[in-house]
Design a protein. Structure first.
Ligand SMILES: NC(=O)C1=CN([C@@H]2O[C@H](COP(=O)(O)OP(=O)(O)OC[C@H]3O[C@@H](n4cnc5c(N)ncnc54)[C@H](O)[C@@H]3O)[C@@H](O)[C@H]2O)[C@H](O)CC1
Ligand SMILES: [K+]
Length: 528
């Protein structure tokens, strides 16, 4: 599902109108009708329902007048509150305002004081509220209509937002001031990128993306194909997208077909990270998983693992991998399809040297996480020198260390930083956190909408690392392998949270849910 900015959506509107000749009022009619249809499903009986439509002065308001007309024609009582003077309404919105008034219907002009009581009274009687105040044209903070927004939110009435909850900025998903808290948001043609960002969740409610007959030649994109990059190829990771990427199983393969993963991880006291990553790779469908750990924790790792093969590597007196492990790592990596490097490696001069040398001599795709990333802080020029595909899976702190920016700077521009560095370093980056962002070297960007705060538990990232390696081993390109893993990792976290709540959620609980999540995906993909 392609994601667009307000400006991109407006350009698509204009292209539909100017190049294809679809009148704007037709788009508005389609938009309004789709919202009216959703409202009809939310109310038991329209003929005994009261609906309030709050309409702004722009085309979002125009949609509101169309919605009012369709609901009225289906027997509902509809009151339209206009957030501006009648003479301020123009164009297609005015066309629909005039139709509404020619039907003998009133329009209540809201102003700050007098009408607020009217609004409050109407809200008491309302069965549902339609928010058609502001859409993609909104910027900044709602001032004059702030009391109305607060009255609607306080009313406890079901709210359907038209295109965007009023008060939310389309591109950032930020509500700098008062903002409608909708139960449903019906957005037109394509989701605006802000609607799927985590800070928008409390305002958007359930998101419905509806077709309003903008020709697909305008709205279509080709997700996941390398080299398709262009400035606005942002996508929401959806179930359908993951299904398209799903590794096929025809039934007559053997374990070698599903790839060989080599995991190099762990250190004294951090065998868990290595075990979680290796198990997650196995659970993600890889044919063979081998785990290399410092000799001191080899027996522990072997004890904890059954399906994963393990082998000891030379270590320092601190129980971390020694640089003398390099040759065996490269040798084993050459006989694998993908290397996962980093979980629980620990820090120290040997680790930094080892990670650098492995990358410079590696011939296979590599997933770098945790301490392997920390070892590369200040050495990011190395990434461009690495031939095979690289996937970095930093959390904001690791991204800050890699980029030399502050965590706050990273968090304030998650999409921008991730895309910029993926292109600059020529790698795939999954910037973890609420709404994980995945970017590829061709600037393709995926935003994830699954997962929950309970997943911010130690070991969660180790599981993701193993999953990405598992998917690459099965033949997925680095970018889709990462996007699919992030999506499924979030689903596993959601399933675990449903069972055990968020606070007590452990990474192991997520690992337990991987088979459940994978089985559900397989059932949706019968050819698996
Ligand atoms: N996407 C489509 O194909 C279609 C979208 N439609 C609808 O059109 C709106 C966008 O309409 P637009 O006229 O550009 O702006 P808005 O109605 O969103 O904004 C109204 C108005 O509000 C003013 N404004 C902006 N910021 C503020 C603020 N902070 N305080 C007060 N007022 C503010 C601004 O001047 C605007 O004029 C889109 O969302 C869809 O709902 C088409 O109807 C159908 C096709
Ligand atoms: K709106």
């Amino acid at each position: 599902m392609r994601l667009v900015t307000a400006q991109e959506m407006s350009a698509m509107d204009q292209m539909a109108i100017k190049e294809y000749g679809i009148p704007g009022v037709v788009l508005m009619e389609n938009a309004g009708l789709k919202v009216a249809e959703l409202v009809a499903t939310l109310l038991d009986d329209l003929t005994s329902s009261n609906v309030i439509v709050f309409a702004g002065k722009g085309n979002n308001g125009g949609d509101g007048f169309v919605i009012a007309r369709h609901l009225y024609n289906r027997g509902a009582q509809v009151q339209v509150f206009l957030a501006t003077e009648l003479d301020k309404v123009k164009g297609d919105a005015l066309t629909n305002l005039n139709i509404w008034r020619k039907m003998g219907q009133k329009v209540y002009q809201i102003n700050k004081n007098k009408d607020l009581n009217l609004v409050r009274l109407a809200l008491i009687k309302a069965d549902l509220v339609v928010d058609a105040l502001y859409g993609t044209g909104f910027k900044g903070v709602i001032r004059e209509m702030a009391p109305v927004i607060e009255a609607v939110n306080a009313s406890g009435r079901p709210v359907v937002a038209v295109d965007i909850p009023s008060g939310l900025e389309a591109d950032t998903g930020r509500a700098e001031g008062p903002c409608i808290k909708a139960d449903h948001t019906v957005t037109f043609a394509l989701p605006k990128v802000g609607l799927v960002l985590p800070n928008a969740r409390p305002y958007v409610g359930k998101l419905h993306v509806v077709d309003i007959s903008i020709p697909t030649g305008i709205t279509s994109g080709n997700p996941g194909k390398k080299g398709e990059g262009n400035s606005n190829n942002r996508y929401l990771i959806t179930d359908q997208l993951v299904r398209n990427w799903w590794p096929r199983r025809t039934g007559n393969e053997h374990k070698g077909n599903f790839g060989r993963v080599l995991v190099i991880a762990g250190s004294r006291g951090m065998s868990g990270a290595a075990v979680l990553a290796a198990t997650a790779a196995a659970r993600s469908g890889a044919g063979l998983v081998t785990l290399g750990v410092p000799a001191g924790i080899h027996d522990i790792a072997e004890n904890k693992l059954t399906e994963v093969m393990t082998f000891p590597l030379p270590q320092t007196d601190r129980g971390t991998l020694s640089i003398s492990a390099l040759e065996e790592i490269l040798d084993r990596a050459s006989n694998s399809d993908v290397l996962a490097l980093g979980p629980g490696l620990g820090t120290g001069p040997d680790i930094a040297e080892l990670v650098k040398e492995v990358l410079l001599h590696l011939e296979k795709p590599c997933v770098l996480d945790a301490d392997a990333l920390n070892a590369l802080a200040g050495k990011t020029e190395l990434f461009k020198a690495v031939r095979p595909d690289l996937v970095l899976t930093p959390h904001p702190g690791e991204m800050a260390r890699l980029t030399g920016r502050t965590i706050e700077q990273i968090q304030n521009d998650r999409l921008g930083v991730t895309a910029e560095k993926a292109v600059q370093w020529g790698v795939v980056i999954a910037l973890k956190g609420a709404g994980t962002v995945v970017a590829g070297p061709d600037r393709t960007l995926y935003i994830n909408n699954t997962g929950n705060p309970g997943m911010a538990a130690g070991g969660s990232g180790d599981i993701l690392t193993g999953m990405v390696a598992g998917f690459i081993a099965q033949g997925l390109e680095a970018l889709p392998a990462t996007a699919a893993s992030v999506y499924l990792h979030g689903l596993a976290g959601d399933a675990a949270a449903r069972q055990k709540g968020m606070a007590s959620l452990l990474a192991g609980d997520m690992l337990e849910q991987l088979p459940v999540v994978f089985k559900e995906m397989e059932q949706k993909n019968p050819t698996c």
